[in-house]
Design a protein. Structure first.
Length: 451
């Protein structure tokens, strides 16, 4: 069979599987697998894990099991051993999802897959249940015609950042050992543009608490000289960016330049939903700010709500901060720099507490090797155009664990996600054509990669 014949045959197979892909994604999206028992019952994640295990068993993987990880989540591992002298490919995805956030902001029910304007809407439809369906569809298209070994691992707490699978891999390295690792938790630069992600930013997440008074005090009787904890927090947070929006954590450079593909500012305005007339932040290009420089985001603030607030001086205020760091920045040093900056800029000698919530190193993948060549050819055949590369502003700490545990493995990041998916936000969606094209590319890769 020629390459063109193989591509045509698999393209037809994948296209015929898309109704099943939609039915399966409908079931997956209906499972509220937020790995936080404070928000959703743990049974939802357990049901989802079992669904994933059963689906990949039905797709031909034989060694299937649910493995408890140190954070209490279940990792689904399924495998089909490699024939003699054939390589093994590890397929990664995660079945837990972000909470829906403000359900009133959704235009469709978040837990019900809904087709609208050619896209499929629902929480997790792209991140990362859409990638589960990508893996499933690729394996179903190949059926018994697998010339290599395949191992599937589906993580159960990726969105929580609690590190369960990272610790599990370090303790059980032989279970997931592979020659090539496909991280199905990324996506393309734009719909129809096949893309491999080469860099990931690391992260330092902290919770900052400011305390100034023993209790709330009447603002009329004590306001002025009495230190306001919320005002102190606002002052402190303002020190983390300059007037142009550049992150200004002392000790962290913020002038790096991204050398690869550029992200047009007009496209970013549209992709990010930036309101008309609102400027982008930072002095660099969009690609510089996204992929090459540190970025500090205030994720949340604990303070008196407007409705129900009283004429009292807040004695305590808290904020959750996320510092994203580019490759080349050590996360431990970044944490130290952030804490030092917060301590140096806390006003009025207010009591400051900085709690480290999570930390992850940046990542840079290799750019050559037989797996990379086979995947580039598979993407080009599926999409009808050469693959490109990009960075990603998000963090996947597991990639560094894989790189350290399996130093000989080629790691590639790809998937069905692209900017208009709005992952982590209300109205998350996926373009079903991306599932179809990426599943075909993965099937072609599995059919042609020889190690």
């Amino acid at each position: 069979m020629t390459d063109d014949q193989r591509t045509a045959a698999l393209r037809e197979q994948v296209a015929g599987l898309m109704p099943q892909a939609k039915a399966d994604l409908t079931q997956l999206v209906s499972l509220r697998s937020v790995a936080d028992p404070r928000q959703f019952p743990q049974e939802e994640c357990e049901r989802t894990a079992q669904w994933v295990a059963d689906a990949f068993a039905a797709a031909g993987l034989t060694k299937v099991g649910l493995h408890e990880t140190p954070d209490g989540s279940k990792a689904v591992i399924a495998a089909r051993p490699a024939p003699e002298d054939a390589p093994t490919v590890l397929l990664y995805c995660h079945y837990d999802v972000q909470p829906p956030m403000d359900e009133a902001a959704w235009r469709t029910p978040p837990w019900e897959l809904t087709e609208k304007n050619g896209r499929w809407y629902g929480r997790g439809s792209a991140d990362c249940k859409g990638n589960i369906i990508m893996h499933l569809t690729a394996l179903r298209a190949l059926g018994a015609d697998l010339p290599l070994g395949v191992t599937l691992v589906a993580e159960g707490s990726e969105e929580q950042g609690t590190g369960g699978l990272e610790l599990f891999v370090e303790a059980n390295p032989d279970l997931l050992r592979a020659d090539a690792i496909l991280i199905g938790d990324c996506g393309n630069f734009a719909v129809g543009v096949p893309t491999l992600t080469e860099t990931l930013r690391g992260n330092v997440n902290v919770v900052v608490t400011i305390e100034t008074l023993a209790g709330a005090m009447h603002s009329g009787m004590f306001g002025g000289p009495a230190p306001d904890a919320l005002a102190a927090l606002i002052h402190l947070l303002a020190s983390l960016r300059d007037e142009r929006g550049n992150t200004t954590v002392a000790g962290l450079p913020n002038d790096q330049v991204w050398p690869g593909i550029q992200y047009p500012s007009e496209q970013f305005h549209a992709d990010a939903g930036v309101l008309g007339g609102v400027e982008l932040t930072g002095d660099g290009t969009v690609a510089d700010m996204l992929w090459a420089r540190p970025a500090l985001t205030v994720l949340g603030i604990d303070a008196p709500p407007v409705v129900g607030s009283s004429t009292a001086i807040p004695p305590i205020a808290r904020a959750r901060l996320s510092l994203r760091i580019p490759p080349g920045t050590d996360p431990g040093r970044a944490h130290e720099a952030l804490v030092a900056h917060l301590e140096a800029n806390t006003p009025w000698h207010a009591k400051l507490t900085v709690e480290l919530e999570g930390i992850g190193a940046p990542f840079r993948s290799g750019t050559d090797g037989p797996a990379r060549a086979a995947m580039e050819a598979a993407l080009a055949a599926s999409y009808g155009r050469p693959a490109t590369t990009q960075g990603q502003g998000g963090s996947i700490p597991l990639c560094n664990v894989f790189a350290d545990t399996y130093p000989g493995a080629e790691i590639m990041l790809l998937g069905v996600e692209e900017p208009t998916c709005l992952i982590h936000a209300p109205n998350e969606s996926v373009d079903p054509k991306e599932i179809e094209r990426m599943a075909l590319a993965e099937a072609l890769f599995l059919a042609t990669y020889t190690g």
